[in-house]
Design a protein around this ligand. Structure first.
Ligand SMILES: *[C@@H]1O[C@H](CO)[C@@H](O)[C@H](O)[C@H]1NC(C)=O
Length: 296
């Protein structure tokens, strides 16, 4: 039986409609937004490598070359990835109890490595629960408890640490410090034994979490650390100006206080208010990246 010509045409017409409507994306760039395909590349790499990695995903794919705002779906993808990392995320804050006097638990003094300041247990406001066991004399932020602080055994499992620089400028040749509010922080994600943790931050020290306000900045640094600080996009600095592909970066895409002229690349990062915006980042930083297939 012969299939009428117009019927074949009709079928291919439907086929094209389905493709454009459902926006079939290649497996390696599965995130579809308005007919384009994206991928949050979560393997971290320096900028030039990230550019190559995006190119190798599919034909004509490349690091994202322009956008005028962060699409909700991309913001969600980034936040979902961060949330997937929170369980069992503990961070050392250089906080311990070495008060040997006979006292009620709640009256014992805890001290910060950072500046040797002390706080009485019952007056410390960032506990998840006030410690009730005298043997637990170290304290860490617990990612499953909104990053509130829990007392733990100082001989416990290895931990990562957030280091903090005491003095400006917030720049270091060895470690990728970034500014969060007034704090200059560096999240060292490798797990270290307790007695080596403080040394890993040397000549700086583990970040103290002294109150709830300070905690917010440190949590923001930790959340972004899962991205490597930010997700690189195709922004580069030329003669003092930041270009997104061939156009200037739209102003509203920058996070508060950015662009910081110290860095030549930029990426999307989670802001304190929950939005996802651009911050500058060293091109040598190891970070995630955002790839897409060119549709322009
Ligand atoms: C961290 O919080 C989770 C969830 O409440 C809990 O199961 C876990 O024991 C906590 N970790 C520590 C070391 O207290």
């Amino acid at each position: 039986m012969e299939v009428p010509h117009y019927f074949v045409l009709f079928l291919s017409f439907i086929h094209i409609c389905i493709i454009t409507v459902t926006g079939k994306c290649p497996d390696k760039l599965p995130l579809e937004i308005d007919g384009r395909c994206y991928r949050l590349q979560t393997d971290i790499a320096q900028y030039s490598q990230a550019v190559d990695n995006c190119r190798n995903l599919a034909e004509n794919s490349h690091i994202i070359s322009y956008m005028y705002e962060t699409p909700d779906k991309i913001a969600k993808e980034i936040k979902d990835f961060i949330v997937s990392k929170l369980e069992k995320a503990y961070f050392w804050i250089g906080f311990k109890m070495d008060d040997t006097a006979m006292k009620d638990l709640e009256d014992r003094e805890w001290s910060f490595d950072f500046d040797d300041t002390k706080v009485v247990q019952k007056k410390y406001e960032v506990w998840a629960d006030h410690p009730t066991e005298s043997a637990l004399t170290c304290a860490v932020m617990n990612g499953s408890r909104d990053f509130d602080v829990v007392a733990v055994d100082c001989g416990g499992p290895r931990l990562p640490v957030v280091c903090m620089k005491k003095n400006d400028p917030c720049k270091d040749d060895q470690k990728p410090y970034l500014k969060y509010g007034d704090n200059c922080l560096f999240v060292l994600s490798g797990a270290l034994e307790y007695n080596k943790i403080a040394g890993a931050c040397s000549p700086d020290t583990p970040t103290p979490v002294k109150d709830k306000k300070m905690k917010k900045y440190i949590v923001n640094a930790i959340l972004n650390s899962f991205l490597g600080g930010a997700a690189f996009v195709g922004v580069t600095k030329m003669e003092g100006f930041y270009f997104f592909g061939s156009r200037l970066v739209p102003n509203n895409l920058w996070a508060e206080g950015e662009p910081n002229q110290d860095h030549d690349c930029a990426g999307l990062s989670l802001q304190m208010d929950g939005t996802v915006k651009l911050r500058t980042l060293s091109c040598n930083a190891y970070a995630s990246s955002l790839c897409h297939i060119k549709g322009e």
